[in-house]
Design a protein around this ligand. Structure first.
Ligand code: ATP
Length: 354
């Protein structure tokens, strides 16, 4: 079943937390929601979960309306499970009791006691919690606690799992290993996962699609590759990964390339669909997509050159514009030192033009 959000608007007094959001989330999709603090990520998740009633708009699962048209289906009747950053575990309940809890819901009354036990056993087993099933949350590590909350979310086999920064309370190493657990949950359950995070690498590593939100609207939606290589705005380019912006005017179009005048030099870029001579454009240059050469058109001056082990980090000035570069193969390249003058080079199709 697909989830549809139609014209979802959420106001809190003067604050427009969600502004006319339209979305289709396909059955089984892993969708990450990314965006700066206060952009409306949690509000969107809460609207889907039924924790808040949108001011306007409709949320439906295929033809079943969850909110809108005067209806508001309560949280416990929606076909979804939730995982929170704070784990939301009860200190006086054991691991097994947590996982059994959703099976007491009227939603599960069609199951026999034996089927419920089987579902609980499977969720405990799948989350690697068998050795700890009689322990209380206070006797578990952070990763184990989050696995309890995942087991509790999946035991009732919901169609949708809502995850609100589920890994952000964990330390860096554990976060990486828990990504695999989240991937396993997605693979095992086939559920649609809607995953709010601040961590762009987590979003890219896990999701099929990413939504970048800004000020209550969807700035862009696409696969991680689309968002990274073809951002639709400077906001998105800057938000996901690192980006340099070079401004130029198109002076010629030839052989599928546009020639842009940048400062006192010209560079070739792959032409965009509507590129026109005389118009101003912004080149989005990822730090790893450009290199330095001793001589070339796009002169620059090195202002920072740092060896970082796996890569060499450069900051160079192209006229008045600071450009950050990463050379992932410094062993095989000449290292440029601070103060040197050299040139910036990139492939015409190695950049994105806005
Ligand atoms: P963060 O990444 O910091 O968690 P977010 O993107 O999840 O932020 P939301 O929590 O959705 O942002 O908040 C969106 C906006 O709505 C913010 O301006 C916030 O202050 C406001 N807001 C959220 N909940 C309420 C509320 N219950 N009452 C009033 N304003 C609220």
């Amino acid at each position: 079943m697909s989830l549809y959000l139609e014209h979802i608007t959420q106001r809190f007094g003067q604050t427009l937390a969600l502004n006319d959001i339209d979305l289709e989330i396909r059955n089984g999709e892993f969708l990450a929601i990314l965006g700066p603090s206060g952009c409306g990520k949690t509000t969107l998740l809460r609207a889907i979960g039924g924790f808040a009633k949108p001011t306007e708009g409709k949320i439906r699962m295929d033809d079943v309306i969850y909110s809108g048209n005067g209806k508001m289906v309560p949280v416990e009747q929606r076909d979804l499970g939730m995982v929170f950053q704070s784990f939301a575990l009860w200190p006086n309940m054991t691991v097994r009791q947590h996982v059994e809890f959703p099976m007491k819901s009227p939603k599960q009354k069609h199951l026999t006691e034996a089927q419920k036990k089987e579902a609980v056993d499977a969720a405990i087993e799948n989350m690697g919690l068998k050795p700890y099933e009689d322990r209380y949350p206070g006797e578990l590590s952070g990763g184990q606690r989050q696995r309890v909350s995942l087991a509790r979310a999946i035991v009732g086999k919901p169609s949708i799992l809502l995850m609100d920064e589920p890994l952000s309370a964990l330390d860096a190493e554990l976060k990486i290993s828990m990504r695999r657990v989240i991937q396993d949950v997605h693979r095992m359950t086939g559920a649609t996962i809607i995953y709010v995070t601040h961590d762009q690498s987590e979003a890219m590593a896990l999701s099929d699609s990413i939504i970048i939100m800004n000020k209550g609207v969807v700035a862009q939606i696409g696969s991680p590759q689309e968002i990274y290589y073809h951002p639709n705005s400077e906001f998105v380019a800057d938000f996901i990964g690192e980006a340099n912006f070079l401004k130029g005017k198109c002076v010629t179009l030839e052989d599928g390339c546009g020639v842009l005048q940048l400062e006192d030099t010209q560079v070739r870029v792959a032409a965009t669909e509507n590129m026109a001579v005389g118009e101003d454009y912004t080149i989005v240059l990822r730090p790893e997509s450009a290199g330095l050469v001793p001589e070339g058109n796009l002169k620059c001056r090195v202002v920072l050159s740092c060896f970082m082990g796996a890569y060499q980090n450069y900051h160079v000035m192209v006229g008045d514009t600071l450009v950050k570069l990463t050379d992932y193969n410094p062993k095989n390249h000449r290292i440029y030192q601070v103060g040197e003058t050299c040139a910036l080079t990139f492939e015409p199709d190695g950049v994105h033009v806005l």
